[in-house]
Design a protein around this ligand. Structure first.
Ligand code: FA5
Length: 356
């Protein structure tokens, strides 16, 4: 029987010629199955080795393997050369010269970005209140339990703490340092500073970010914004508070949006009220966003509780005041008729672009 490997040198020579004469990586890839793949003569020859005697089969297998490796090595080397040449050519043809970059910069509709709708809303709210004679102040986002709760007449274990589901920080004694749940602690900072520096009265608004363990839904986020208002002066009454709320509503939302105050409870104001406006999504008809009531709660307000004055060293017999705090995101939602507040944090540029 003839030796099946007789033709091996010719097969190797033919394969090497095919490899060296391929002029592109694509052409070489087209030959791959017939040179080193399943359809190569080496694979066919492998199958014929079974007809040899065992001792012949071993030597023939080694020769075949060596020939296959030679072809594979030549194939890899040629593939490297061809693809390197093609990459170099691509770099050359795709290279941008300075003139191209300048030209494309001019023709592209580039956008530098812009403040988001909540930041813009905060600016407009500040403008309205500054126009009404308020100054603007800021307070820290990380607070102690004393500023966020105790000084606001909410002692430990007071049931009202349940109104604000709190994120505590792992700092100091457990549950003593937290992410502020509202902007009301800034009232305390402001009153303390005014007492220390002897700069009463106070007419200020305090915008900022707040955090609650609230499940996001159409009207809630876990990180949201409030704007706090505080007036401390002599002879301030609930009528002043109601007048400020009404003036603000008309100035910011327009003459066709109504506001109303409903009795409520906050430990730091007495009496207290909830401040609601006509739902701008349904214009009072009732919809999913306003839970079919026609009204949307913007915030809370009331006359500063004497206990709060005493906590910061202000004499409640000499001074009186009012405070309010409402959601900036909620204002943005109502002003722009955004049915679901979660759109504010989705980062969808099609949504964000509308408010530039
Ligand atoms: C307060 O936070 C009180 N500090 C308000 C206050 C200040 C009362 C001064 C009296 C005097 P309340 O928890 O109701 O109250 O929140 C006020 C407003 O913040 C809400 O009406 C809503 O507009 C907004 N708000 C509250 N929680 C969220 C939330 N998770 N996402 C978005 N907005 C919220």
């Amino acid at each position: 029987m003839s030796n099946p490997l007789e033709q091996l040198p010719d097969l190797v020579a033919t394969a090497l010629t095919t490899i060296s004469s391929s002029v592109s990586a694509e052409e070489l890839r087209g030959h791959e199955p017939f040179l080193v793949g399943k359809r190569s003569p080496f694979t066919n020859l492998q199958k014929t080795l079974g007809s040899l005697e065992p001792e012949e089969r071993k030597a023939a297998g080694a020769r075949l393997q060596e020939a296959r490796r030679e072809v594979e090595a030549a194939f890899e080397a040629r593939a490297d050369v061809l693809s390197a040449a093609e990459r170099a050519e691509l770099y050359e043809t795709d290279r941008l010269v300075l003139g191209d970059v300048v030209a494309s910069k001019i023709s592209l509709p580039l956008s530098a970005g812009h403040p988001g709708v909540v930041a813009l809303t905060q600016q407009s709210l500040e403008d309205v209140f500054v126009g009404m004679g308020f100054s603007v102040a800021e307070g820290p986002e990380i607070e102690t339990d004393w500023y966020n709760f105790e000084a606001l007449n909410i002692p430990p274990a007071h049931p009202a703490r349940g109104m604000w589901d709190t994120f505590y920080l792992d700092l100091g004694e457990p549950e003593t340092v937290l992410l502020r749940t509202h902007t009301s602690p800034t009232q305390i900072h402001l009153m303390e500073a005014a007492v220390t520096t002897g700069t009463l009265p106070i007419h200020a608004v305090m915008p900022g970010r707040c955090f609650r363990r609230d499940t996001p839904d159409a009207r809630h986020l876990a990180a949201f914004h409030q704007i706090e208002g505080l007036v401390v002066d002599k002879g301030i009454t609930f009528a002043d508070l109601a007048g400020v709320i009404e003036t603000f509503t008309k100035a910011y939302f327009g003459p066709d949006i109504a506001s109303r105050l409903r009795p409520a409870y906050f430990p730091f104001t007495e009496p207290s009220a909830e401040f609601e406006i006509t739902c701008t999504i349904c214009r009072g008809e009732g919809c999913r966003t306003c839970s079919h009531t026609g009204w949307i709660e913007l915030g809370g307000c009331g006359m500063v509780d004497p206990a709060v004055f005493r906590a910061v060293g202000i004499d409640p017999d000499e001074y009186s005041g009012f405070a309010f705090g409402f959601g900036i995101d909620r204002c943005a939602q109502m002003r722009h008729q955004i049915a679901d507040m979660r759109a504010l944090t989705d980062n969808d540029v099609r949504f964000l672009r509308q408010f530039s």
